[in-house]
Design a protein around this ligand. Structure first.
Ligand code: SAM
Ligand code: SF4
Length: 326
């Protein structure tokens, strides 16, 4: 079965947020204060998350990415993942994590059936990493990267939010990881989710990043993974890892969108930057799988053609990305 939206896009990828809590507080993702974590009662139980996942896979979703907040801080995540990975028809189960807890958890995650890890890492410099994350320890993430590979995972993909004047002088340090460690890396355009004043000054386009890399290395187009969606991927000839850009703000993005999202409080969202959401809670409460399937389909059909965000402005209300899951 295929899930096709009103603009002919196949939707095969679900981002499922399991918590809004996090053990970091990256400045571009969460305000320093003022965003209280949702109460435990509002966060979907594992039972409800599983019901959504089953319904989604029944409709044609083939890949699920578990996100948050930081998914690894939620108690009981490993048994939940093990159950999720057993859903027939789910071809790919992945997690986005900040990596801090991987030294403790990588092995269990590997045996739970998770296939891939994406790690968010915006600086390879201790002080800077601590500043961006408001207190994080880079060493723990680097240990997490090693632990993931030791546990059996393929080299994790590294997501970098590229920001002018903040970490853009490290572009080549990240590029080296594709050659030396074999990690694939992906530069994400900084999105003004919190409508941070002056964000445009820090914003860099994916194209500028590629142009800068091209001054030093030739880049060849690389095959995208089966469910990669809107990223554009390249490779330095001979490098094991790829270099991707996600041009979330500058465009060339929505036409390839293949995803829907579920927030940790049970709202289905067809588009990250649309305020339109469908509340699944009344039917989750009753365990009504048919109705959940119907509402997920509705969310796909209501998916807008493109988001209304650009350097000039935006239509969405501001939100902490941790509440939706990126
Ligand atoms: N805690 C996990 C992590 O950091 O990977 C998962 C959740 S996090 C919200 C998912 C992704 O959203 C991360 O790669 C993060 O860098 C990205 N993100 C958060 N806020 C962003 C923003 N304003 N612009 C671009 N990417 C953002
Ligand atoms: Fe936490 Fe991930 Fe947001 Fe950073 S990007 S604050 S690690 S949820």
């Amino acid at each position: 079965m295929k899930l096709i939206d009103s603009f002919g896009r196949q939707i095969n990828y679900l981002r499922l947020s399991v918590t809004d809590r996090c053990n970091l507080r990256c400045f571009y993702c969460m305000p320093e204060s003022g965003v209280g974590a949702c109460s435990h009662d509002d966060i979907l139980s594992y039972e409800k998350l599983h019901l959504i996942a089953e319904a989604a896979v029944g409709l044609g979703i083939e890949k699920i990415r578990i996100t948050g907040g930081e998914p690894l801080v939620r108690e009981g995540i490993v048994p939940f993942l093990a159950r999720l990975s057993g859903i027939p028809g789910l071809n790919h189960l992945a997690i986005s994590t900040n990596g801090l807890l991987l030294p403790k958890m990588a092995r269990d995650l590997y045996f739970s059936g998770v296939q891939r890890l994406n790690i968010s890492l915006d600086s390879l410099q201790d002080d800077r990493f601590a500043t961006i994350t408001r207190g994080g320890k880079l060493k723990m993430v680097l240990e997490g990267l090693d632990a993931a590979e030791k546990a059996g995972f393929p080299a994790p993909k590294i997501n970098i939010v590229a920001m002018r004047g903040i970490n853009d002088d490290e572009i080549f340090d990240f590029v080296e990881l594709t050659r030396q460690r074999g990690n694939s890396i992906r530069f994400i355009e900084y999105m003004p989710t919190l409508k941070q004043p002056g964000w445009q000054r820090q914003w860099i386009s994916g194209q500028e990043i590629l142009d800068r890399i091209s001054t030093r290395y030739p880049l060849e187009e690389a095959d995208k993974g089966a469910y990669a969606g809107p990223s554009k991927d390249f490779r330095i000839p001979g490098a094991k890892g790829t270099i991707g850009i996600i041009t979330a703000v500058s465009g060339h993005f929505c036409a390839q969108c293949n995803r829907i999202r579920i927030t940790s409080t049970g709202k289905a969202k067809g588009c990250l930057f649309s305020d339109q959401e469908i509340d699944l809670n009344p039917w989750l409460e009753r365990g009504d799988r048919a109705m959940i399937s119907h509402l997920l389909e509705e969310s796909v059909l209501k998916k807008p053609k493109q988001h209304g965000m650009s350097l000039e402005g935006y239509e969405h209300h501001n939100f902490a990305m941790s509440q939706i899951g990126g």
